[in-house]
Design a protein around this ligand. Structure first.
Ligand code: ADP
Ligand code: MG
Length: 601
């Protein structure tokens, strides 16, 4: 038999490749805009006609191309962005496959005008179905303008496959919005059949969001910010009240690249748990920054999918970032702990329950991703991310007791619990030393407990042996009567006892400070302060006020069990990292940092 295998001509190979890269006009918009961004442009103009079916043009003021590069750019696998395989793992550009221009040129009539800043004349190239029809010097602006006309003119089947103009335009605008959000420092404009649809000045992300989606977004944004050794999450989420019935305004970026991830979408949704009406979707624009070595973007040609080394860790951080954003905007009404109610209440100070029981109960609650898991996960990450150098694996001399240094470190974790200056609790954790602010941490624990009680009206109260009478001003008395039910849900048992006077028969159970008259007066006082300083809902205010007044203070001596209860309670909270007022509750002094003080790095 004679040989029958032949290499395909470039034009056919390119057409086949185009099938993957260019699906519709929106694909051309995306690829051309990305190239403009990679070329360092500060102004990018996008022009489309008939939803991009007859024209997609992108004009940039970036670095432009030399005559040879202009020609080379149309070859498949021709790229200036990577040179060797390792570069794939340190990618900082949008493109890297060198496929886009070759693919687009294979299935359209393309015209390119380009000029680098240091050359007087630019190059004009006209290409049809991969065939270069014309190449000549041309006077043009610095930068590049590429027009893609009549996409799929030479593949009728693909052209017929395109959807109606409104549908295709929607895809085009989606791509435009994603890139415009990710690059708010670049000026963008979008013109559809001679009409300016978007005109976006360079500015902050929040301004870009408002410029794209409208003024009404101004009040609905809550800022997100969370950082660990592995990953940084920033951006904005929409307040729950503004959630829409339709999907679409959810944007997730990894290293400034738009991605789709049901898994991380779920992380955001779970942070909104119970705050959203059924079947509605919150607005979000979130940016995940991570060392490119921990991701693989080379999964799919259109590059909206991505693989992470440690997806679960990212999930935890995204969730925490969103939770924190919602919390710090006082958006959290009753946080629903469901089965955790009793456990939480036992965890307030004075709890006699042992840790083991607590952990067992926590983890046996089915289907809940707990903060404790998150917390432990964060440790895992820091451990993986910054392994201690071998010489730091101390205590080797103890190996005679037949324990690995890791075991030792683990058992050490349980033992070392120190109160510092009667204000902070120090505890060894895997990544170093954790320092918890006892007052702020306890405030957080009580706040979540009280919110929960207010929601479920499930207060534990303890009888006062000697009921105390409190006389209030007329307005405070009226205020208390107005909130009678809520105050009862916190655990106070009150009876009206003459004019402007109440009798306190019972107080919230299990509080370290006891209760009684001064606590009650403190609650009302704090409630009024919050009312004038903050505009927060009534229940939220009550929970915050009582948490502030009933919590342990700096300066209070704690025994080991109390410290343990605070740490456990804090990390059982739905938002552990911040006090109700938004102050950090703890921080971790990294082992690496400690080592650096001893010049061991
Ligand atoms: P990739 O972006 O993956 O490198 P493309 O086919 O999109 O592949 O582009 C090929 C090359 O053409 C790029 O690597 C770049 O050097 C050059 N190029 C494309 N568009 C532009 C532009 N707007 N400005 C400057 N150079 C460009
Ligand atoms: Mg490209």
């Amino acid at each position: 038999m004679s040989d029958i295998i032949q290499l395909l001509p470039d034009s056919i190979a390119n057409q086949i490749a185009a099938g993957e890269v260019v699906q519709r006009p929106a694909s051309a918009v995306k690829e051309l805009m990305e190239n403009a961004i990679d070329a360092g442009a500060t102004t990018i103009q996008v022009i489309v006609k008939e939803a991009g079916k007859t024209l997609v043009q992108v004009i940039d003021n970036g670095m432009g191309m030399s005559e040879t590069d202009a020609r080379m750019s149309l070859e498949r696998h021709a790229t200036s962005k990577i040179r060797k395989a390792e570069d794939l793992f340190t990618l900082h550009t949008k493109g890297f496959r060198g496929e886009a221009l070759a693919s687009i040129a294979a299935v359209s009539q393309m015209e390119m005008r380009t000029r680098p800043a240091d050359e007087e004349l630019g190059t004009c190239l006209v290409v049809e179905g991969s065939e270069v029809k014309k190449q000549e010097p041309v006077a043009c602006e610095k930068g590049t303008s590429i027009s893609v006309k009549n996409l799929f003119y030479n593949i009728p089947a693909r052209r017929n496959f395109l959807k109606s103009n409104p549908v295709e335009l929607k895809h085009v605008i989606d791509e435009f919005q994603r890139l415009a959000l990710a690059h708010h420092d670049i000026v963008f404009s979008f013109i559809q059949t001679d009409e300016v649809v978007y005109d976006l000045p360079a500015g902050r992300l929040s301004q870009r969001i408002v410029n794209i989606f409208g003024k009404s977004y101004q009040e609905q944004l809550a800022a997100c910010q969370e950082e660990t050794n592995l990953v940084k999450v920033t951006g904005y989420v929409g307040k729950p009240d503004f959630a829409r019935k339709t999907r679409g305004e959810q944007f997730l970026f990894v290293n400034n690249r738009f991605i789709r991830s049901n898994y991380l979408h779920h992380a955001v949704m779970s942070a909104f748990e119970n705050l959203l009406p059924e079947n509605s979707f919150p607005f979000y624009v979130l940016f995940i920054e991570i060392d490119p070595r921990h991701i693989d973007v080379n999964v799919h040609p259109t590059k909206t999918e991505i693989k992470f080394d440690d997806e679960r860790a990212i999930y935890a951080v995204v969730r925490a970032a969103v939770r924190q954003a919602i919390g710090s905007h006082n958006l959290t009404p009753g946080i629903d702990f469901n089965a955790d109610v009793n456990i939480i209440s036992k965890l307030t100070l004075g709890a006699s329950q042992s840790n083991d029981v607590y952990f067992e109960e926590r983890f046996s609650t089915p289907g809940r991703s707990t903060n404790q898991e998150h917390w432990e996960k964060l440790y895992e990450q820091s451990k993986n991310f910054a392994p201690p150098p071998p010489e730091a694996q101390v205590l080797r001399f103890e190996s005679s007791v037949n324990k690995s240094s890791e075991d030792l470190a683990a058992s050490q974790e349980e033992k070392v619990l120190v109160q510092l200056h009667l204000r902070y609790i120090m505890r060894q954790v895997r990544s170093g030393l954790m320092i918890v602010d006892q007052q702020l941490a306890h405030e957080r624990i009580l706040y979540e407990k009280f919110l929960n009680q207010l929601k479920n009206k499930s207060a534990e109260s303890q009888q006062d042996l000697f009921p105390q009478a409190v006389t209030l001003s007329a307005s405070d008395f009226a205020l208390v009567l107005e909130m009678e039910q809520e105050i009862a849900a916190l655990g106070f048992r009150l009876d009206v006892f003459g004019k402007n006077t109440l009798l306190i028969n019972g107080v919230p159970a299990n509080l370290p400070t006891g209760g009684g008259k001064s606590l009650f007066e403190g609650l009302i006082e704090q409630f009024k302060i919050n009312q004038s300083d903050l505009s927060i809902p009534l229940k939220e205010n009550l929970a915050r006020s009582l948490a502030k007044r009933a919590g342990i203070r700096a300066g209070q001596k704690l025994v080991k069990e109390e410290m343990q209860a605070i740490i456990d309670g804090l990390f059982a909270c739905s938002t552990s990292n911040y006090s109700p007022d938004g102050l950090p509750t703890f921080f971790i002094f990294e082992l690496r940092k400690i080592e650096s003080y001893f010049n061991r790095q």
